[in-house]
Design a protein around this ligand. Structure first.
Ligand SMILES: Nc1ncnc2c1ncn2[C@@H]1O[C@H](COP(=O)(O)OP(=O)(O)OP(=O)(O)O)[C@@H](O)[C@H]1O
Length: 553
């Protein structure tokens, strides 16, 4: 388990998207006043840990802090509540209510298309959520089935309750800083024509997304699909979808209105919700004549938004960007495209054939490097999270806080300068020219990582602490022990004790010892000489005896 801040613990990953990983998590302590929901210790939560690219981008951090109050106050029965935002070192995390149910994309894949009535009612709930967020000045910008969670199941006869999530993520990710290194482009199958062309975006992009989603709910697939992202975008810009056979006429009227190429002609979220409920009532088997009439006249209910919420910073185009077609002709074999593609966050500077996918100019010019205006808030937020300690094991492959060491060093250094020491003396990285925003099919699937080596158990105490100087202390103790036993051996096994008892000086003792050794050697050599003399005598006697023997006849 991995702590996030001092108040939360990540338990297990629930899923991974392009902008981060969502974890099942637990509340450790009640959060302070800065959280929208203080929570109770032990409560289960969901925490989205934003990707490193986002968390390390100062512009994203700035938006994260600037928009925290907006995100935290966004409450609606059809919106997954954001309870807290955590900033800790290089980590940005959104603490949310845990929704115990599948997302709509998975549900659709596993259960097939919805009936027109169920699809209309489900989309009406989503439109309610959009109406509330638009009224609060928040445009979702990445509406798609994967971002709708289903609370409750219909297996027990209960109806599915849609809850929209990932609010503000597109907005956080669409940072000028981020566009210097990677491009946030939404999800091609759900992108509105004006977004594809880099024109100014408003809350009408969410209505377009709702139209695509509604079409997918009743047919099982989005209206525009193709081999490449570019093909899909061409269709968003140029083609009108044909009415599928199983879609009742009033429902088709709603879908067509949402998919209007002109954002000004699309209905407001509020009128969309009203229209969808009228359609659901009118197409049911038990519909009254009035309900049927209301459903047939649904077009009158679909009133365009007179004051749509603008997406800040969208549609700032370089000269020529207003041309109707920004899509460049394709060359060579286009990359494969999955219509269920996730939100794309594409690395820039891919070069080469990527040119063929270039459709959008950057939404904003890069901002000059400089001291971060949210320095105080950053340190305040970090301070409140400072007690964090690692309290247990986490699989390194699933560790959201794991960083590549080299980049960590650079980043830490950059952060330190940026937030703690005022303006950096020089930019850490060469300035990149902004590149046109690109669509590309899918983030490439990374090859499966080799199974992580199990980490060795490093002891039974989960709260191991590093004590500075402990290693040195151990070394000193070992040296003292060696000196002690060495001294004892010298004292016991050498004549040192005698020397000390005699009270002689060291040099006297050495010269005495030398003399003793010399005397002993001469004594030994004298004995050898005597032995040789004896031997010579014996040999002489032996020769004499031999001579006497020879002289006998
Ligand atoms: N609040 C939540 N409670 C329970 N599960 C959640 C919650 N939020 C997200 N999830 C699950 O976590 C998974 C990943 O969510 P995430 O939003 O990162 O993915 P995504 O929408 O597919 O990706 P992206 O929008 O970044 O392209 C999804 O399968 C979703 O069902």
């Amino acid at each position: 388990m991995r702590p996030v801040g001092s108040k939360y613990l990540l338990e297990e990953p629930l899923g991974r998207g392009a902008t981060g990983t969502v974890w099942r998590a637990r509340q450790r302590e009640t959060a302070g006043a800065e959280a929208a929901v203080p929570g109770q210790p032990g409560e289960t939560l969901a925490i989205k840990v934003l990707k490193e690219e986002l968390a390390s981008d100062p512009d994203v951090v700035m938006r994260f802090l600037r928009e925290r109050s907006v995100l935290l106050r966004l409450t609606h029965p059809n919106i997954v509540r954001t309870r807290d935002l955590v900033v800790e070192g290089d980590l940005l995390a959104l603490v949310m209510d845990l929704v115990d149910g599948p997302d709509l994309h998975r549900y659709l894949r596993e259960n097939g298309p919805f009936t027109p009535i169920a699809a209309a009612l489900l989309t009406a709930g989503i439109a309610d959520a959009l109406a509330a967020s638009h009224a609060d000045g928040i445009v979702h910008r990445d509406l798609k089935p994967a971002n709708v969670l289903l609370a409750g199941t219909d297996a027990a006869g209960g109806s599915l309750h849609p809850m929209l999530t990932d609010f503000g993520i597109a907005r956080l990710a669409d940072s000028p800083g981020l566009t210097r290194t990677s491009e946030f482009v939404g999800t091609p199958a759900y992108v509105a024509p004006e977004s594809a062309e880099g024109r100014p975006q408003t809350s009408a992009v969410d209505i377009y997304g709702a139209g695509i989603l509604l079409y997918e709910l009743v047919t099982g697939r989005p209206p525009f699909t193709g081999g490449t992202a570019l093909e899909v975008l061409h269709q968003h810009l140029r083609e009108e979808p044909a009415r599928p056979g199983n879609v009742p006429e009033p429902l088709w009227t709603v879908i067509k209105a949402c998919l209007n190429k002109n954002p000004d002609q699309r209905p407001s979220a509020e009128s969309l919700a009203r229209g969808l409920r009228a359609v659901a009532g009118g197409i049911s088997a038990s519909a009254s004549p009035d309900q049927i009439a209301a459903a047939m006249g649904v077009a009158a209910l679909l009133v365009p938004d007179t004051a749509p919420t603008a997406v800040p910073g969208s549609g700032v185009n370089p000269p020529g960007a207003a041309d109707p077609t920004q899509v460049l002709p394709t060359r060579g074999n286009p990359p494969a495209y999955d219509p269920n593609a996730r939100t794309s966050v594409m690395p820039a500077g891919g070069g080469g054939d990527d040119d063929r996918t270039r459709v959008m100019p950057p939404t904003q010019p890069p901002e000059p490097e400089g001291p971060h205006p949210w320095q105080t808030q950053m340190s305040a937020l970090r301070d409140r999270n400072e007690q964090t300690q690692q309290v247990g094991y986490i699989d390194p492959d699933d560790d959201p806080l794991r960083r590549r060491p080299q980049r960590q060093v650079q980043r830490d250094h950059g952060r330190q300068q940026r937030y703690d020491q005022g303006p950096p003396p020089a930019p850490q990285q060469p300035q990149r020219r902004p590149e046109p925003q690109r669509y590309a099919p899918q983030p490439q699937q990374r090859p499966p990582a080799p199974p992580p080596e199990p980490r060795r158990d490093r002891g039974s105490n989960p709260n191991r602490m590093r004590i500075p100087g402990l290693g040195c202390l151990k070394g000193c103790l070992v040296v003292l022990l060696v000196l002690f036993f060495g001294g004892w051996a010298v004292w016991e096994l050498t004549p040192l004790q005698d020397w000390v008892a005699d009270g002689k000086s060291f040099w006297d003792q050495i010269s005495d010892t030398y003399t003793e050794v010399k005397d002993w050697i001469s004594e030994v050599t004298g004995l050898v000489d005597d032995a040789n003399d004896v031997k010579d005598g014996v040999d002489g006697v032996k020769d004499g005896v031999d001579g006497v023997k020879d002289a006998k006849p």
